[in-house]
Design a protein around this ligand. Structure first.
Ligand code: NAP
Length: 267
């Protein structure tokens, strides 16, 4: 297999450090450089936790990095503002972005799609790289054809800022595409405590749980006469996202278009 040269932006982050492990442990991947806004000009081995990784330069400025280093793919795991700048600049240098950073606006996505169309270059952006989570969404969509009544319970660590999670919203959207519209619960039901029935998405309900100890978990519960069906996915640590990142890096090299969502590249 041909070697894929990779730049990682955000290598010290919770996701980025897992990506460094993935790239350095995969035979046909080579870590060409990293983008870290605090350690310009150093080598990765000078940064705590990466002493064993040799010959990987650190840049703060993506443009300087792309001019100096030969790369095929940029993996971005930073913040939406800087991630957008990184992805756009990478495409300018014919480097394909694989972006796990969440929070891109619809305008950002459209702009990246346009650049990819013009340059005929691949770019994959996925708000959830856990293959199991994507399958959970697909299976839920299959089930929703037969079960109109569904409640989504998503559970995350207590440092998460947004609720409901992007994955819960995505699941609800996918279910809505096939589910016959229905306002669930008793027509006269009344919350005696605000929020007891969760968020309402086209008549189905989404509940957000936040607890220390959790990482990223979701349960989709379907109910019908005399039966229930539960589809559940658990991410116990951030390594769970890396098999999706690996597939995305391999796939983006064969693509000449923009893709949003891991579900669109899984067979
Ligand atoms: P994190 O631990 O906070 O890591 C973010 C990294 O980005 C940090 O190393 C941070 O450096 C760096 N950074 C911040 N501003 C920067 C800048 N201006 N230039 C360069 N680097 C900068 O966050 P995380 O949990 O790894 O998550 C990273 C992103 O991935 C988030 O958007 C998160 O929502 C997303 N995520 C995606 C998935 C998925 O499956 N797609 C799963 C989990 C998380 P400092 O620490 O020095 O600020």
């Amino acid at each position: 297999m041909e070697t894929i040269n990779i730049i990682i932006a955000g290598p010290r982050g919770r996701m980025g450090s897992e990506a460094v492990k993935l790239v350095t442990n995969t035979e046909h991947f080579k870590l060409a450089a990293v983008i870290d806004h605090k350690h310009d000009g150093m080598m990765l081995s000078d940064i705590a936790g990466f002493q064993a990784i040799s010959n990987v330069p650190v840049y703060t400025d993506i443009e300087k990095c792309l001019q100096a280093v030969e790369a095929d793919v940029l993996i971005d795991l930073t913040t939406p503002e800087v991630g957008m700048h990184h992805a756009k600049t990478a495409l300018t240098y014919n480097v394909r972005p694989v972006v796990g950073t969440t929070g891109f606006s619809p305008e950002d996505l459209e702009e990246l799609q346009q650049i990819c169309d013009e340059k005929k270059l691949g770019c994959i952006i996925a708000p959830n790289f856990a293959i199991g989570a994507v399958l959970m969404m697909k299976f839920s969509q299959m089930a929703a054809k037969y079960f109109q009544d569904v409640e989504i319970i998503e559970m995350h660590h207590d440092q998460k800022l947004d609720a409901p999670s992007g994955s819960a919203v995505k699941t609800a959207e996918m279910i809505s595409a096939v589910r016959e519209s229905k306002q669930q619960g008793h027509p006269n039901e009344k919350e005696t405590m605000t929020g007891a029935r969760g968020a309402d998405f086209n008549g189905m309900h989404i509940h957000s749980v936040r607890l220390p100890g959790l990482v990223a978990h979701q349960q989709v519960l379907f109910g019908a006469d005399g039966q229930t069906l539960t589809i559940r996915h658990d991410s116990y640590h951030r390594g769970s996202f890396m098999s999706g990142v690996k597939v995305a890096v391999e796939t983006v090299m064969k693509q000449n278009a923009f893709v949003y969502g891991l579900e669109n590249i899984l067979g």
